[in-house]
Write a protein that binds this ligand. Structure first.
Ligand code: SF4
Length: 329
């Protein structure tokens, strides 16, 4: 089942008291995002802090309502669902958070934590204890973990429990929001391998939200690079690593530590901070930090243009180059 976001926008209103009364401002967290997440793929959404990726996750889950635009699952509109319809949607789309400690009830034993969604969503068939044990086994934990409390487990074990809790309702899509960011590198690798195995086993679709470009390239089939609530580039992970075309993506890739001294020398340095989403720059949101910016960049927002094989980028210079190449061939 394909999950589609269409011209999705989310703004939050801020009110501030000033000498002139109350001032209203808007934080433009997500700005005109359109993308399709195909069934069975691992789709990465990569961005710096402040890029809007967490708001996008909350919109996909229905925890925030879009200001404009829509979300469909298998062609069915899912933005703005309430009550039973929203619960049915959550049965298909589950989330794993960055910090399992805050998502697991500290007063409940692991067995109770896993039994709760099975009971609430009515997916239990057969013995509940057996089903909990099967879930623990699926994520590589011993059945004895069932009697323990979250604080008695390591960070990696807690994240395994969070994955088991997500799997408990037999979802089709799992949204992993910085799901391994808080873990040690060796534990990260174990959890990533576990997620890959589960994908194979259950044909899951993953939406992998992260600030870690390396990790997303390793784990995902396709990646969207987000900047100030807008998509800068979407393509396969291979294309992103080998042939990134957007200046922002190139700068991100260039910032990844390289062993090769030649690569270290040719680095594109990203200067300045990501601008405020309260007053985003006109035109291309990246233009104040872009070394390739031309006059048009500060005036007109670039469209996401397909440069071939579904590789899309939102950059005036890239579009010009593509048009020039097409004209000369
Ligand atoms: Fe840079 Fe202009 Fe391309 Fe934006 S549109 S990335 S400012 S060249």
């Amino acid at each position: 089942m394909q999950l589609s976001l269409s011209h999705l926008k989310k703004s939050f209103e801020l009110t501030q008291r000033s000498g002139w009364g109350v001032e209203r401002k808007f934080v433009h967290a997500v700005s005109d995002v359109s993308l399709d997440i195909r069934e069975g793929e691992s789709f990465g959404i990569v961005g710096e802090s402040g890029s809007g990726k967490s708001t996008l996750a909350r919109l996909i889950l229905g925890l925030e309502q879009p200001t404009e635009g829509g979300i469909t699952l298998g062609g069915r509109d899912v933005a703005g669902l309430t009550g039973k319809a929203r619960r049915d949607y959550w049965k298909q789309v589950q989330i794993i958070f960055q910090d399992p400690f805050s998502s697991l009830n500290p007063r409940m034993r692991i067995g109770e934590i896993l039994a709760e969604p099975i009971r609430n969503y009515g997916v239990a068939t057969g013995d509940l204890t057996e089903r909990v044990e099967r879930l623990l086994k699926l994520v590589g934990l011993a059945p004895t973990a069932s009697n323990r409390y979250p604080h008695e487990l390591s960070g990696g074990q807690r994240q395994r429990v969070a994955i088991a809790a997500a799997l408990a309702v037999e979802p089709r899509i799992i949204l992993a929001d910085e799901a391994v960011s808080a873990l040690d590198v060796s534990v990260q690798a174990q959890i990533i391998n576990l997620l890959s195995d589960l994908k194979q086993q259950f044909g899951l679709t993953y939406i992998f939200i992260t600030h870690d470009l390396n990790l997303s390239v390793y784990f995902c089939d396709r990646i969207a690079v987000l900047y100030l609530g807008q998509i800068m580039e979407i393509c396969s992970s291979d294309a992103l690593l080998e042939r990134p075309v957007h200046p922002y993506t190139q700068a991100l890739i260039s910032a990844v530590p390289a062993v090769d001294p030649a690569k270290r020398k040719n680095r594109t340095r990203l200067t300045g901070e990501i601008p405020s989403p309260i007053d985003p720059p006109k035109g291309c949101p990246f233009h104040p930090r872009c070394a390739l910016a031309i006059a048009q960049c500060s005036e007109t927002r670039p469209e996401l243009v397909d440069i071939g094989n579904g590789h899309r980028a939102a950059c005036h210079v890239v579009t010009q180059n593509v048009l020039q190449t097409a004209a000369t061939t």
